[in-house]
Write a protein of this length. Structure first.
Length: 262
């Protein structure tokens, strides 16, 4: 089982209060985007990673990504990644990453292995099912086991796979008054989300043709696929996959990394 990845890192991160883009902000001396890449590579299921980066910081990202690839390769980790310029929204940055992937991505199944038994039996090669993961560099400390779980669920036939964690706060809805929501029925959504590549491409193409307000209401790729009628499969996420958004999240990320190396 192999997967390709679009890693979104083109956000400005203004809420972090840094002058550099969020994905280049260091945690334990290493940029968030490099932590994210290491987690993906450590899963052992990832081939190509396309990183969507801000145009005005492309050179800095290219240097950080190249160095991360070299460092990982030097210690025997299979590592590949390249940068493309993202867009003004996360959705546009994912679309830019999808455009940069090979037209079909890596071929898996009998079509890839040239399955001799299938050839002898005169069987048609199984149609290639390409797994693509969309991951946020902001969730830099996502454990590799989550990456594997998501990719495996797509390999097992799910079209859309979303890692989730339970909601621990009490939650209210504030539209037209204040109304309590049963948190037992809620889950917080994380990344990486997994897809069959053709479906995700169709979902992004459809979103690009919808009215702006309608398309931008979707905050992740699973929602774009749901518009096409695709069913979502949930798998367990992980509390370490926190989305680094505020200075407080950075402190938490520093503590998590310190606990991992202790
Ligand atoms: O801004 P927010 O934290 O919601 O962004 C989630 C992810 O989407 C981050 O990894 C960020 O870098 C990415 N993003 C992007 N292009 C944008 C905006 C956000 O790649 N224009």
């Amino acid at each position: 089982m192999r997967a390709v990845v679009v890693l979104t890192a083109a956000g400005s991160g203004s809420r972090l209060g840094h002058t550099v883009p969020k994905a280049l902000v260091p945690v334990a001396g290493t940029p968030l985007v490099v932590h994210a890449l290491r987690g993906l590579w450590a899963s052992g299921v990832v081939d190509d990673v396309v990183v969507s980066v801000p145009a005005e910081h492309r050179d800095a990202f290219e240097r950080a990504v190249r160095r991360a690839v070299d460092d990982a390769t030097a210690v025997g980790v299979r590592a590949a990644a390249r940068c493309v310029v993202g867009g003004p929204t996360r959705q546009a940055s994912v679309a830019a990453g999808l455009d940069a992937l090979a037209p079909r991505g890596p071929v898996t199944g009998a079509a890839a292995t040239g399955d001799a038994a299938a050839a002898v039996a005169g069987d048609q090669p199984a149609p290639a099912r390409v797994i693509v993961l969309v991951h946020d560099a902001a969730r830099a400390l996502t454990p590799p086991e989550v990456v594997v779980r998501v990719a495996e669920a797509v390999a097992d036939g799910a079209d859309v796979v979303v890692p989730v964690v339970p909601v621990t706060d009490s939650v209210v809805e504030v539209h037209d008054g204040v109304r309590a929501v049963d948190r037992a029925r809620l889950r917080a959504v994380q990344t990486p989300q997994g897809f069959e590549l053709g479906l995700l491409r169709r979902a992004h193409a459809a979103a690009a043709h919808r009215a702006d307000d309608e398309a931008t209401a979707a905050t992740d790729d699973a929602q774009l696929c749901a518009v096409l009628g695709a069913e979502t499969t949930l798998v367990p996420g992980h509390l370490d996959a926190v989305k680094v958004t505020t200075p407080r999240d950075l402190l938490l990320a520093e503590a998590l990394v310190a606990a991992r190396v202790a």
